[in-house]
Design a protein around this ligand. Structure first.
Ligand SMILES: CC(C)(COP(=O)(O)OP(=O)(O)OC[C@H]1O[C@@H](n2cnc3c(N)ncnc32)[C@H](O)[C@@H]1OP(=O)(O)O)[C@@H](O)C(=O)NCCC(=O)NCCS
Length: 198
């Protein structure tokens, strides 16, 4: 098991398909309230299918090997899985990865209203900026998903209107630029890389 990130109340770790499938299915992806605003493909109808999804998910992460993926959010106090946090390349209308990155969050229903999505989202954004050196991170939200829009607001993400560039549907787009201190290190890194080429 690999812990990626830690906050005051949460651990963000990789999924363990055999161990996590039941929890992920029962408390999250079989709950129509949780999947209401998610892509149709996010809905899961059995523990076996959930396990398969988690296996495919970790295989894709290994293939990409670029630090992006989707991870389990674990509540430290109870060691239970309370949700999913992701940082992925946004897909275009054909499902092909674009050069834009999104942060996303899903929580089991009993863990709503505690600030967990914001807490995990914050540490995921920091990871995207400081470890992956991303200059900007987006979030895409269905216009009627008010709870998720509030998460983007709490994270200080800027609303920049609607777009149909991703997923083949019209979505609200939110953006956060890398903080200045990390932009600096990215530019230095790029100069370093260019310097090496010369
Ligand atoms: C979107 C979703 C993750 C938001 O969950 P959430 O619990 O409202 O968001 P947070 O975890 O950031 O919690 C914030 C809420 O907790 C409250 N809260 C309590 N303690 C808090 C704390 N310590 N810190 C911050 N907020 C706290 C806030 O007041 C806020 O409630 P409010 O919006 O009613 O004012 C959740 O609705 C969900 O999983 N939906 C289904 C999946 C989905 O649609 N995902 C988004 C796809 S774009």
């Amino acid at each position: 098991m690999t812990n990626l990130l830690e906050t005051e109340r949460l651990i963000v770790r990789s999924w363990i398909p055999e161990r996590d499938a039941e929890q992920a299915f029962v408390v999250m992806y079989s709950d129509s309230e949780v999947t209401r605003f998610l892509r149709h493909a996010s809905r899961v109808t059995s523990i076996d299918l959930q396990r398969q999804r988690l296996i495919e998910n970790s295989e894709r992460m290994h293939q990409r090997n670029n630090g992006t993926g989707s991870w389990a959010i674990v509540e430290k106090q109870t060691t239970t899985i309370v949700g999913t946090i992701l940082l992925l390349q946004l897909p275009d209308k054909d499902g092909l990865p674009t050069l834009d990155y999104e942060v996303g969050w899903h929580l089991r229903r009993v863990s709503w209203g505690k600030g967990y999505a914001t807490e995990a989202g914050q540490v995921m954004l920091n990871y995207g900026f400081s470890v992956l050196n991303l200059p900007v991170i987006y979030a895409v939200v269905k216009p009627e998903n008010h709870a998720s829009i509030r998460v983007t607001q709490r994270l200080g993400m800027k609303p920049i209107g609607t777009t149909n560039k991703y997923y083949g549907i019209e979505l609200l787009l939110f953006q956060l630029d890398a903080p200045e201190e990390w932009k600096g290190s990215r530019e230095q890194g790029e100069q370093g890389k260019q310097g090496k080429k010369e």
